[in-house]
Design a protein around this ligand. Sequence first.
Ligand SMILES: Cc1ncc(COP(=O)(O)O)c(C=O)c1O
Length: 437
Amino acid sequence: MLLSPNQQLLPLTAQINDQQHLTIGGCDVTELVKEFGSPLYIVDELTVRTACQQYEQSFKQFYDADYLVLYASKAWSCTALCALVASEGLGIDVVSGGELYTALQAGVAPHTIYLHGNNKSAQEIKEAVQAGCTIVLDNWHDIKLTESLGEARVMVRVAPGIDCHTHEYIRTGQRDSKFGFDLEQLPQVFAHLRSGSLKCVGLHAHNGSQIFSLEHPQDLPKILLNYYKIARTEFNLEFTELNVGGGLGIRYTEADNPPTIGAWVQAVTQGVKSACSELGLRLPKLLCEPGRSLIGPACITAYTVGSQKVIPGVRTYITVDGGMSDNPRPITYQAQYRAVVANRMHAPNAGLVTIAGKHCESGDILIQDIDLPAVAAGDIVAVLATGAYNYSMASNYNRLPRLAAVLVQGGKAHLILRRETYSDLLRQDVMPPHLQR
Ligand SMILES: Cc1ncc(COP(=O)(O)O)c(C=O)c1O
C-alpha cells in the first residue's frame, strides 16, 4: 500500500544498517554528523517528492478541473526546497518579501507564486506585482496599497468562521482572527473591486494548521463558494479560482493519526464539487497550500548528546547540542516529538528521560519523558519530523549559529544550507567609533 508521508514518524527511506545506525536516503546519519557537523537537519528528498506527488495525483484522481498545489514556504523557505517542490509541478505561497525573493531566486515561475500576509508593506506588494505574482488581499490597507500600483491579479482572503481543534497559535479560520476579511464585509469588498483596477480571481481561506479532521476542509468550500454566487449575481464578478489553504496534520508521535494526503484531497474536492453543483457554479481552478504535510515528515534533526543530570527519584536530563533555537515548537506551543538514538538503533529502551536543549531557558526542553536506550556523551539522538516550522522559525538565541541542512537521496548528501559561523553572527553588528578599542 502507498504510504502517506504525513502518517509516518520517520522519513520514507529510513533504514537501519548492519552497524545498527539509522540511515536516511541511503546515508548513515552518524556519518553525516561527522561530515557536516552537529546538530544537523537531514532532509529526505524522496519523502518530499512523494508528498508532492500524492497531492498532485490525488487532485488528478478526484478533481475534473484545473488545480494548483502551492507549497506554503513559511514551513521551510530556502532555495533548494523551493526548487525541489517546483520541480514536482507545485507553485509557492509566500508571506513576505524575503520568502518571495527566495522563491524567485530558486527559479520558481512567478505566475505560480501567491503573496499572503496581514501586513504587507508597499514594497513587498510592489515586488510581487512587478514579478507577476498574485496578491492575496487580507484587508483594506492591502487593497489601497495594491491599487496604488495600478493593475494587479488578486484574491481576497476571508476568515471563514470555522473553529478548528488545534493549538490557538496555529488556528486561523475562526472569526476572531487577525487574518482576512470578516465574511460580513465581503459585499462591501466586492462592490469596491467591481469598479477598480484589480483583477480579482477568487477567494482564499485557511483554517489552521496540524488539523486531523476532514470535516473542516470539506465545509470550507461551501462557505466560500456561496460568496462566488453572490459575487456573480449581485456584483457581476466572475471568480475562477478558489484557494482552500493548507493545514493537513502530520504524525509527530504514535498518538497522532492524521488522514492521508489522498483522503484530505478527496474531502476538499468533494466539498467543492457538491457546493458547485448545489449553487450552479462551474468548478473553479482549485488551489491549496500545504506546508507541514509536504516537508515536516521528511526531516530529522541529529544532535550530539553532551551532559546528563540525574535527579534521583525525579528525572534524568539528557542535554543535546541544540534546542529551542533550531526547534522552537516545543517551547512555543508545547509541541510533542519522538526521538531515536541514531547510532544504536537496536539498543533496548532503558527508561524515561527528558531531552533538554543547551539554552539558558528552563523551558528549553525538546522532549519530556521519552523512553530511550541509555545514552552517553557523543551518542547521536535524532528528533523526528522536524521539517516544518523548525528552520523557518530558528533563531540565534544565546548566539548559537543556525544549523546546516543536507538533502539526502540515493546514498548522496547535498548541502542545502551552510552552517552559520561566528563571523556570520557578527555580520550585522556595528561598533560605534566611541566604543572601538
Ligand atoms: C495562509 C496559510 N496557508 C498555508 C499554511 C500552511 O499550513 P500547513 O503547514 O499546516 O499546511 C499556513 C500556515 O499556517 C497559512 O497561514
